[in-house]
Design a protein around this ligand. Structure first.
Ligand code: DC
Length: 221
């Protein structure tokens, strides 16, 4: 296992990836985006044409697929059977269907195993998701849980999409974010909750830089 593991969990649009990337950069650590793993598994399932609630069939498909999550410093490239899908897994189509995989314990187990394996190959790692501090790395050196109100998270996500030239209906985006929060918080396996020993940071009124600085103040490395 890595010498230093920092977990950052929290709901959609709270800035986990940006925070984790910046933090990893400052600490010369690797960055692991576990949401991308759930997205890659969802894309594989959708491409297979299999019903997304047929978990037994999906287990076989996932087991027969070659996933590559290449960590190079603070970048993560995702490949499915050697095809680069790093961008494709961001499609709203994937976002809308990821809850099928995320709520299936046997599929989560497979991804958790990959996450621990990836961490074991790194010296220092900043990992982000929903269950990193609670389930995957309960003994992490530092655990953070980011929160922000839904309207602010919607605004950030809309700005991010606008930068890519994608215009969205803000009302619909907020509804989608709240629906996903609901599904992530209320699933019975690895729900979105802060670990008991996580530091909770509400970043509603903080910039990315301020959030990262707050975390840096709490880390002794
Ligand atoms: O962080 P993200 O939006 O890319 O994550 C996509 C979905 O994947 C999210 O709605 C829930 C699921 N997920 C999860 O269940 N556990 C994780 N550790 C990371 C993501």
């Amino acid at each position: 296992m890595a010498n230093l593991i920092i977990t950052i969990d929290g709901p959609a649009g709270v800035g986990k990836s940006s925070t984790a990337k910046k933090l990893a950069q400052k600490l010369d650590a690797a960055f692991l985006d576990t949401g991308a793993m759930y997205r890659a598994a969802t894309l594989t399932a959708m491409q297979s044409g299999c019903k997304l609630d047929d978990i037994a069939a999906l287990e076989k498909i996932i087991d027969a697929t070659n996933f590559k999550f290449q960590i190079t410093g603070n970048q993560m490239t995702v490949k499915i059977n050697d095809t680069d899908v790093t961008e494709q897994i961001r499609d709203t189509n994937i976002t809308d269907n990821v809850h099928f995989i995320a709520s299936a314990p046997s599929l989560r187990q497979r991804l958790v195993k990959m996450q621990r394996q990836l961490a074991s190959e790194q010296r220092k790692i900043v990992t982000e998701g929903r269950d990193q501090g609670t389930v995957v790395f309960p003994n992490a050196d530092y655990k953070f849980f980011l929160t922000a109100d839904a309207a602010k998270r919607t605004k950030r996500r809309a700005d991010e999409l606008a930068q890519k030239g994608i215009k969205v209906d803000a009302g619909k985006l907020q509804q989608d974010i709240e629906k996903r929060d609901d599904s992530d918080r209320n699933r019975s396996t690895a729900p979105l909750v802060p670990a008991k020993d996580a530091v909770i940071i509400d970043n509603t009124t903080l910039t990315l830089e301020q959030t990262v600085n707050k975390i840096m103040e709490l880390i002794k490395h």
